[in-house]
Design a protein around this ligand. Structure first.
Ligand SMILES: Cc1cc2nc3c(=O)[nH]c(=O)nc-3n(C[C@H](O)[C@H](O)[C@H](O)COP(=O)(O)O)c2cc1C
Length: 205
């Protein structure tokens, strides 16, 4: 069976909500799907100052579990923006993959990206684009969703996160905005879209 791994970091829950939809989408294609969050790197004191709620229950992708990445046919990464780029927690996870990079164990695996930013000009595209360097060095094959979610993607009636790179949501400057139905639908679409390609690629379809 084609295996999809969804790996995320979420401080305030927006990316977690999107990640759950990505999982649903990949499952709808009959794939085996697992969801992991990356280890936190901030201290409890800092998290308290940042008013971060408790972490979701999803298992943490500790170093000992990196074989999950090796076993997957596709990995879909979700993370919030920090200064227009991926958050340090996700970067730390990538930085811990030296052993898999050196042994080429992630070469040729498919990868997708979804993001969350506070604001509309805050880095939906730069966050995804700058993350591609990680994938390139690991030899992973980036799968953008392009404009495959339909003509509503061109709509200007309401703010909509996401780009040709993948799904996205806006949290609002104060974090109070929640992912819209459209953004959640697009996250689900990303899961099924990459799962379909992974099935073809792994010869399971
Ligand atoms: C240190 C820091 C830097 C941030 N930088 C940006 C930024 O450059 N652009 C932006 O739109 N939002 C920025 N944000 C807002 C986060 O992206 C937002 O809280 C996040 O998308 C919410 O996702 P989450 O609920 O999954 O944590 C920043 C937040 C923090 C704490």
């Amino acid at each position: 069976m084609t295996k999809i791994l969804v790996v995320y970091y979420s401080m305030y829950g927006h990316i977690k909500k999107m990640a759950d939809q990505v999982v649903e989408g990949a499952k709808s294609e009959g794939c085996e799907v697992e969801l992991y969050q990356v280890p936190e790197t901030l201290s409890d004191d800092i998290l308290k100052l940042l008013k971060a709620p408790p972490k979701p229950d999803d298992p943490v992708l500790q170093f000992e579990l990196h074989n999950k990445l090796v076993e997957a046919d596709a990995v879909i990464f979700g993370f919030p923006t920090r200064f227009g780029m991926m958050c340090a927690q996700m970067k730390a996870m990538f930085d811990s993959l030296g052993h898999l990079w050196q042994s080429g164990q992630l070469v040729g695996k498919l990868a997708g990206i979804f993001v969350s930013t506070g604001t509309q000009g805050g880095g939906q595209e730069t966050t995804a684009l700058t993350a591609i360097t990680q994938l390139a060095h690991l030899g992973m094959i980036f799968v953008p969703t392009g404009y495959s979610y339909g003509s509503d993607m061109f709509g200007l009636k309401e703010p909509q996160g996401g780009s040709a790179y993948g799904a996205g949501t806006f949290a609002g400057a104060d974090g109070s905005r929640q992912p819209s139905e459209f953004e959640l639908g697009r996250a689900k679409h990303q899961g099924s879209y990459i799962a379909k390609i992974a099935k073809k690629y792994s010869g399971n379809q």
